[in-house]
Write a protein that binds this ligand. Structure first.
Ligand code: MEV
Length: 313
């Protein structure tokens, strides 16, 4: 039996913009997906997916998940034509759009295969396996989700548009920052939403370029503010990042409503996170008391689920 895990993540800055080579900042969260692999006599793979999930999430993602599992197995060089494997997925990461559930699935599986078949893969190779798996969910992943899922922590990430390895570095904060994550309960297709944004960019390149210019300045300011632990500034920049995501039409009324509720209940800043058009939002809190207050307000005002976590150390 082989076992491995992958972290969930929240993108603090830069979903969608990261696809076009702009920097993004993601926080690995402590919740994870665990994969357990056992060998079986018959060929191929079978799956028991026992991960907790938002209603409809697993069904909607099933076809993409199958491609992704094949991709990870192929990357790891495992031949299942004679003897196969059974895969069990579990863990405390509640699967929803925006929490990195697909990447955590891929990374956990790569680690479990590594364990069972003594592949001796480094974390960098596990990350590459995760990236191959992510291609099953959408053809052109930026790689930020699998990187955050593999390494955890707070990550500054730049995709290399030439196909070479991405640039990423860990950012360490002087103390943990308080985050609330809330779900709309809606599942979006990353492939579709990323495709829509690309179409809009191609339709009006100048409009997109202007948004990108503003985002580029914003994300560099966000890195500086995080490193100075200036959470008020980080919150303001999250608010502005949300507005830019609204402009490129990846937010939706459910996300906007949760963002509004979080701000009304003391969040320093709030934004959608990940793919958008459903999925999750995040809110930054100044301390643990406010964090709990925001979480409760989100649940009372329409969130399908809400969680507290910390990031940055
Ligand atoms: C999805 O979690 C983040 C997107 O930017 C897609 C990607 O980076 O591959 C929307």
């Amino acid at each position: 039996m082989g076992q491995g895990s992958g972290f969930g993540k929240s993108i603090l800055f830069g979903e969608h913009f990261v696809v076009y080579g702009l920097p993004a900042i993601a926080a690995g969260i402590s919740s994870r997906t665990i994969a357990v692999v056992t060998r079986k006599d018959s060929p191929g793979w079978t799956l028991d997916d026992d991960r907790p999930a938002m209603p409809g999430y697993k069904e909607k993602k099933l076809d993409e998940q199958k491609v992704s599992i094949d991709n990870v197995i192929r990357y790891c060089g495992i031949d299942l034509s004679k003897e196969g494997i059974h895969i069990e997925l579990k863990g405390d990461l509640v699967c929803a759009s925006g929490i990195g559930a697909s990447a955590a699935n891929c990374v956990a599986l790569a680690r479990a295969l590594n364990d069972e078949f003594d592949l001796e893969l480094s974390d960098e190779r596990i990350n590459e396996a995760g990236y191959e798996g992510e291609k099953g969910y959408h053809g052109t992943p930026s790689g930020i989700d699998n990187t955050a899922s593999t390494f955890g922590g707070l990550v500054w990430y730049i995709r290399n548009l030439d196909g070479d390895s991405p640039t990423f570095e860990k950012i360490k904060l002087e103390k943990p920052a308080y985050l609330v994550i809330a779900s709309t309960g809606l599942t979006a297709s990353t492939k579709e939403v990323v495709g829509d944004v690309r179409a809009k960019k191609e339709e009006d390149p100048e409009w997109f370029e202007e948004i990108i210019r503003e985002y580029d300045e914003l994300v560099h300011d966000a890195k500086k503010a995080l490193m100075k632990y200036n959470m008020e500034k980080v919150g303001q920049l999250m608010n502005r990042n949300h507005e830019l995501l609204q402009k490129i039409t990846v937010s939706c009324k459910e996300l906007d409503e949760l963002v509004k509720v979080a701000k009304e209940h003391g969040a320093l800043g709030a934004k959608m996170t990940g793919t958008g058009r459903g999925g999750n939002m995040i809110a930054l809190a100044q301390d643990e008391t406010t964090q709990v207050k925001i979480k409760e307000a989100l649940i009372e005002n329409g969130a399908a689920g809400a969680w507290t976590t910390t990031f940055g150390i």
